[in-house]
Design a protein around this ligand. Structure first.
Ligand SMILES: Nc1ncnc2c1ncn2[C@@H]1O[C@H](COP(=O)(O)OP(=O)(O)OP(=O)(O)O)[C@@H](O)[C@H]1O
Length: 452
């Protein structure tokens, strides 16, 4: 039988260090495939190990099929773990490795039929009588999976099972894991720091940072409706363009978003969501534009909802099937590591107590200051501002950086470095994040009293 797994406000502390997992709540339905995604050290494996019973829960409650399970011994949980390092017994044949858990459970029974049907499922019948050292990495990981499956566990817990394999094999095994877990219908919790893997495998993806759960949603939703700037920046390749911005809302004129040297005029009549941006007037905000929201085309080609910008070509990355064009639009990129606190609510309260929160101090300074005592620390290796590298096209505006926007084009578009190109921005795909890095446009679902 497959299991429901629920964590209620679960925390894990190792000694006096900041909590490795902080107040995490997550309910996983029987048969569901949930991926825990986040940068190294964010607490993913610790969550998995608490579910397995290999790590004690410091605070909060773990429920298995609705029953409290904080103190249930691992062997009674009926779960199987698959790790990154295959951990097979080198002196046993692969057949004996797969059959080992069955033998432990029931030493007198003949398990050969179960071992062979498991091997068939994984396409490794022909290597059963070899030893692990005689296998390729992919075959070894299949044997490790076979060992986990053979006992017909009620849940699979997989900790980066593919990260030791080369890219081609990883893609191949990824598809196999998806198929296998779907066929078996077993609840699966899968840990990875690879967003592409998470997006392709999970029914839902749980994004963590600094021990704190940031968002749990279906893959499409984490991409299309990231709850904060950290999730927006962690999911998607190339990374979302994040630019510092200010809303400009004159009483007698058209509302626009000021990106530094250029403005994005909001289409009229204003949508309800764009209307609400009026209250943000004058505050430091962050605009998010995924590469598919911007295209290189003249204003005369604008479709409804598209507005014109321009940019200077800094660099073109050819990728074969497409090219990524790095442009300078005269705006200032927002720096992600300090942008979003792992605990936005607490951080906001602290700032209010300190009497801050106005518009006098730059958002980056405040966020950087907040990040100093932060459990997560610097967690993403995203672009830092390059000191001393100023916009060569705007000598009167020191501090502006080159290459603030990345746009996708077909591989054949001829672009000259330093040349000016016209851009069209699709405002349907515009994200706006507030000073705490929370998404405010499109509106979050949980805004009380608002129905737009
Ligand atoms: N046994 C332990 N004792 C002390 N600290 C630990 C222990 N295990 C993990 N930690 C700390 O807890 C935090 C979370 O670690 P964890 O292994 O869960 O992260 P992770 O997201 O799985 O990282 P990775 O992707 O690198 O495996 C880290 O700061 C780590 O150093």
């Amino acid at each position: 039988m497959t299991r429901a797994i629920a964590l209620h406000q679960v925390s894990k502390a190792y000694g006096r260090a900041p909590r490795a997992v902080d107040n995490l709540s997550l309910s996983i339905a029987p048969g569901e495939f949930v991926v825990l995604l986040g940068p190294s050290g964010c607490g993913k494996s610790t969550v998995l190990r608490m579910i397995a019973g290999l790590e004690e829960v410091t605070e909060g409650e773990l429920l298995l099929d609705g029953e409290p399970a904080n103190h249930m011994p691992p062997s009674e949980r009926g779960m199987a773990m698959v790790f990154q390092n295959f951990a097979l017994y080198p002196s046993m044949t692969n057949r004996a490795n797969i059959g080992f858990p069955l033998k432990l459970e029931n030493p007198r029974q003949d398990h050969s039929e179960r071992v062979e049907s498991t091997a068939r499922m994984l396409g490794i019948e022909s290597v059963l009588d070899r030893y692990p050292a005689q296998l390729s990495g992919g075959e070894r990981q299949r044997v490790a999976m076979g060992r986990a499956i053979s006992r017909r566990p009620s849940a699979f817990l997989m900790d980066e099972p593919l990260s030791n394999l080369d890219a081609k094999l990883r893609n191949h095994l990824r598809a196999e894991i998806a198929q296998l877990t779907a066929e078996l219908g077993v609840t699966t919790v899968y840990v990875t720091h690879d967003q592409a893997e998470a997006m392709s495998l999970g029914h839902r993806v749980a994004v963590m940072r600094g021990g704190v759960l940031q968002q749990v949603s279906a893959p499409r939703e984490v991409y299309a409706l990231p709850e904060n700037v950290f999730v927006a920046a962690f999911i998607g390749t190339p990374r979302i363009n994040l630019l510092r911005a200010v809303v400009h809302a004159p009483l007698d004129g058209r509302m626009s978003i000021d990106l530094g040297r250029q403005r994005l005029p909001l289409p009229e009549p204003l949508s309800a969501e764009h209307q609400l941006l009026r209250i943000q007037q004058g505050r430091d905000l962050i605009v998010g534009l995924r590469s598919e929201a911007v295209r290189i085309a003249p204003p005369s080609h604008a479709r409804p909802g598209e507005v014109a910008l321009s940019g200077v070509v800094e660099h073109v990355e050819y990728q074969g099937h497409e090219a990524l064009v790095h442009l300078n639009t005269g705006s200032q990129p927002a720096v992600v590591p300090e942008l979003e606190s792992a605990r936005p609510q607490q951080a906001a309260r602290r700032r209010r107590r300190a009497g801050g929160g106005g518009t006098g101090v730059g958002v980056l300074e405040r966020l950087r200051e907040r990040a100093t005592g932060h459990v997560g620390g610097p967690v993403v290796s995203l672009d830092e501002p390059v000191s001393g590298r100023q916009d060569p096209h705007s000598p009167d505006r020191p501090g502006l950086m080159a290459g603030d926007l990345v746009v996708r084009t077909g591989p054949d578009m001829r672009l000259r470095r330093g040349g000016q190109v016209p851009l069209l921005v699709d405002l349907e795909h515009l994200y706006v994040f507030d000073q705490q890095g929370r998404r405010i446009c499109p509106l979050p679902r949980d805004v009380p009293g608002l129905d737009v």
